[in-house]
Write a protein that binds this ligand. Structure first.
Ligand SMILES: NC(=O)c1ccc[n+]([C@@H]2O[C@H](COP(=O)([O-])OP(=O)(O)OC[C@H]3O[C@@H](n4cnc5c(N)ncnc54)[C@H](O)[C@@H]3O)[C@@H](O)[C@H]2O)c1
Length: 311
């Protein structure tokens, strides 16, 4: 039974990938410093996994974590745009140097495959839509730069050292266990948690900004495919649904689903945020055989059920 390492496995997306790998009969090791992730995210699978509490900035820890590993799913990161604007050095150290540490250790340990969680923020605010992987990236925040730099490192590790790497550029992922708390919460959990308490959701900007929201199950699918498809060599693919929704539309949908009629409070736009985002997923279909299975309305319904039961 092959051993997989999930860095950031105690986080939102990582905790779903851990469960999916266990369901496929893989052995799973998690490396996470619990900075934004929680042990509670892995509660009912805790006995089935090996958990290393540690930091990807620490070379010795990383070397220990990749020992005997067949595939690495690398999710550990400082995953927030506004936080990176405030603390750019830490974003670089975790997202770039941390990834470099993992790539070096994975190469030296003979890891077969390295699946990197990249970000659509690499595209920046170019008006061209949908975003294709051939487009020239224009990162607009320290976070976006750091995620893109790590992508390049992954590709180079394929070309120079023969480690099979792939970068999955996620668009806005949402779903159960996504953290609704704190100043860096993602938009859907932030809206849902306020609206469940009868409070108005807060929108930065006019609410007409749009995103290609991607339910977590599709992201899990892309990761499993990326680990198992035939030979790969530093490819970059988008992971999304190929449809976009505005923030005003989300509030309207949530009002319907929750039976509320809350009007959003509008605040000034935030630095580093992009206006629109929509993915072209034709390369992902070709390279991975990926097909989104849960589209936005169904994903939103399932997420609300989870937040209702767990908040
Ligand atoms: N959520 C999205 O919409 C989205 C979109 C694009 C890309 N991504 C990428 O997906 C990955 C997972 O994001 P998420 O939304 O699950 O965020 P998350 O914050 O829930 O998960 C990140 C995990 O990494 C861990 N971590 C952070 N710094 C670490 C360090 N120095 N050493 C070890 N562990 C560390 C955290 O404790 C957490 O468990 C990130 O790489 C992020 O950049 C997410």
């Amino acid at each position: 039974m092959s051993l997989c390492l999930v860095t950031g496995g105690a986080g939102f997306i990582g905790s779903h990938i851990v469960r999916a790998l266990l369901a496929k009969g893989r052995r799973v090791r998690v490396l996470d410093d619990l900075s934004t992730g929680k042990r509670g995210n892995l509660d009912e699978v805790a006995a089935e996994i090996e958990f290393i509490e540690g930091d990807i900035r620490d070379v010795t820890t990383v070397e220990r974590a990749v020992r005997g590993v067949d595939a690495v799913f690398h999710l550990a990161a400082r995953a927030s745009v506004p936080r990176s604007v405030k603390e750019p050095r830490a974003a670089h150290e975790v997202n770039v140097t941390g990834t470099l540490n993992l790539l070096i250790a994975a190469r030296d340990a003979g890891v077969r495959r390295f699946v990197y969680s990249a970000s659509s923020s690499a595209y920046g605010d170019t008006p061209v839509m949908p975003k294709t992987v051939e487009m020239r990236p224009v990162p607009l925040s320290p976070y976006a730069v750091s995620k893109l730099a790590a992508e390049h490192y992954c590709a180079v590790w394929s070309h120079v050292y023969g480690l099979q790497t792939i970068s999955l550029r996620y668009f806005n992922v949402f779903g159960p266990r996504q953290d609704p708390h704190g100043p860096y919460a993602a938009v859907i959990p932030a809206f849902v948690s306020r609206m469940l308490r009868g409070q108005a959701p807060v929108i930065f900007g006019d609410g007409e900004q749009s995103r290609d929201f991607c339910f977590i199950e599709n992201v899990v699918q892309a990761n499993l495919l990326a680990a198992d498809v035939g030979e790969i060599r530093g490819e970059v693919v988008n992971v999304a649904c190929g449809e976009r929704t505005t923030l005003n539309e989300i509030v309207a949908d949530l009002n319907k689903l929750l039976g509320t009629s809350l009007r959003p409070v509008y605040e000034p736009p935030r630095a580093g945020d992009v206006k629109h985002s929509l993915a072209d997923i034709s390369t992902t279909r070709k390279v991975l055989g990926y097909e989104p299975r849960v589209m936005f309305p169904e994903g939103l319904r399932r997420s609300i059920e989870w937040y209702k039961a767990n908040l």
